[in-house]
Design a protein around this ligand. Sequence first.
Ligand code: ATP
Ligand code: MG
Length: 618
Amino acid sequence: MSAPPSHATAKASNAGIDAGTEVDTPTPAADLISKDPRTFKVAPHLLDREAVCRDFRWAHARQALAGLTGGALNIAHEAVGRHALGSRAGHVAIRWLGADGTRQTLTYRELDAQSSRFAHVLVAQGLRQGDLLFVLMPRVPELYVAVLGALKAGLAVAPLYPAFGPEPVAARIEIAGGRALVTTPELYRKKVAPVRSRLVTLTQVFVSNARDAQGEESPDGTLDLQHLMDQASPVFKTVATRPQDMALLHFTSGTTGRPKGAVHVHEAVLTHWATGRHALDLHEDDIFWCTADPGWVTGMSYGVITPLLHGVTMVVDEADFDPLRWYTILQDEGVSVWYTAPTAVRMLMKAGAQAAARFRFPALRFIASVGEPLNPQAVRWGQQVLGLPIHDNWWQTETGGIMIANTVAQPIKPGSMGRPLPGVEALVVQRQEGGAITRAAPGEQGELALRAGWPSMFRGYLGDEARYRKCFAELDGVPIYLSGDVVRCDAEGDYWFVGRADDVIKSAGHLIGPFEVESTLMGHPGVVEAAVIGKPDPLLGEIVKAFVTLRPGVEPTETLHRELLAHARVRLGPAVAPRELEFRPALPHTRSGKIMRRLLKARECGLPEGDLSTLEAS
Ligand code: ATP
Ligand code: MG
């Protein structure tokens, strides 16, 4: 495999992540996925990455946007308002694919008008700038209308993943003190009605029944959105929000513990615009598909805001994951830029190359992925099966936008997250005993930090100021944000994910990054997914334990068990390879698709399971 020279054996100390001792060597050319510039279908925005990084200023992103008078800035105006006034007005903004085969398109002009109606509805109901609207909707056009309309009216938007049960829905509305909610009759009945009496701050619930074939009446205690929209004007003067006004509230995935509510402001739109250009390479004629649900930060930042900022057509699929459906969409909709997640890629890999072989993807020119480490096998699978490598990139709910990325014109080192984007300064640091922060030596692993102050940086954890403050420190007088992820930066400036700080395993004085071990296991042809944890051990501190799911048709035999342990030992060495391995039919994932290692660990150790509100039902 093409992971970097192993740094999994960096020495552990009580003072945090200590120096690795190995010498950094460049990735061999044979392991690089190089690109021939003659194959680019359009000239990449980041053809000369170094030059763009050197010259880029956030002010350039601001200049590319319209703004409102007096220095005001509103995400919805940038996403639809300004396009509806210009040459993109008649261009299709949303191409919606219903689960039942229905299709609908909305041009920028139509999306603008619809969202203006919704803004009027909110205002007519007494909702004002500073209020918070929760959005609990399936992926239907009304969701996009509601998000943009609320932002136009100056409200902040908090999306909720529609598969949440009533408890996670209630907990989030309660902690944020949400005043309004938009949902569907079905979701209202199942998710909100059972907890409504608890939600004392929630004064208005809008129910959109546009897609209800029975024309179902709005439930008691709710407002009929269609009725109100029909009476509203399609022209609305967007509220002149300030760049620092709250725009979005996103809850984290809950992979490491109880989800946190990260506050984002309208200024985040600068990052959305810049990353749409630099990381996703969006051009006007693109057909863009982001597979993430807008209930999560990826689905909102890159499945709603960013494509609209760039005036492209975005595909929205209402249905859940299905390999043949996804290949059909990529082919038949002529998707040119595709943004997805490692879990989805692994599921496509599991479905087998023959599933993809029936399809052709001549329009596809760029694929990117985020959310979890992207195993080198997945990057190469993209190249072999879809004709393009998958470009890993890194960011978090807290960063509000892509920070580190493999970009369209640069060679890929499979397994690496790539380099910081223009305007982003990343560094690797170590927390010393006593709390001091120091810079890691070149090539050494440590915590990924970012110079604070990029536009989409979160501005708080709702209701937890102390925790927010703990995310920041100073290094040489410069404020930095500490991500909680452990990485390594190689001599050429490419970042390699090691593991979350919580998941790094300390065994016999070694620090072991789960990602490298998991990727090695995935290098075995029988393995489809792997997760490793540190299992407490009286002698070694922790031992590496692996949980593995197998490809369909591969039997979990004793022989395979021995073979996998040997496969890992040969490649990683005995200090790093798993000592225990268990086959599982499936691994626990968050609803946003991340492996929940903490749950595997809690169950293994008989510890409390903690907050499971984001656990995907298996
Ligand atoms: P919580 O903070 O509640 O535990 P979470 O961190 O999973 O949940 P998100 O903000 O959705 O919530 O996910 C961000 C995290 O996902 C990152 O901190 C990182 O650990 C992981 N991640 C994202 N992209 C990548 C990537 N390309 N490679 C490795 N890890 C990634
Ligand atoms: Mg996190």
